[in-house]
Ligand binder design. Sequence first.
Ligand code: 5GP
Length: 175
Amino acid sequence: METGRVLISEEEIAQRLSEMGEQITRDYEGEVVLVVGVLRGAFMFMADLARHIRVATEFDFMAVSSYGSATKTSGVVRILKDLDEEIAGRHVLVVEDIVDSGLTLQYLLRTLKLRRPASLEVATLLLKGDMQRVPVDVRYVGFTIGPEFVVGYGLDFDQLYRNLPYVGVLDQHSL
Ligand code: 5GP
């Protein structure tokens, strides 16, 4: 299987997640946070980040699929699995794998806001430095990357590569 080149190593991810966890711990001190993982891409990031959060934490999951081609989203989002929990009055932290155009996240946040959480913030492992991005407020960003299509550490291409322990870029010929 072609894996391409490493963009962000396991060590870099571990170091950054520990910093993000500390920041989240400070920000939510004395509160209970409901961490909402967006499946499937965020599963690995969520699990590793959670180990660094030192406040009372609960977990829930959503699954969404964005319509569009394999590598570009259209912003039309379908909720495949909704939350099990009610979020009214709770501190919700949405955990995403990657924000590109921001359309998926914008839709998700709009939907969740209508349910009146006490607070609603976002942690993403990766943010693409995309000038076309819609304005979405992302409080916690792991890494800002270029426009290339990345895989690994939860992120897929055609459902493969999610298990790579690092974030990589596939070689052009393997796409
Ligand atoms: P957005 O709506 O922000 O443009 O795109 C968000 C979704 O598109 C992500 O949750 C992810 O599923 C997919 N996506 C965007 N860029 C990449 C990428 O570089 N690699 C992978 N594997 N998925 C991506």
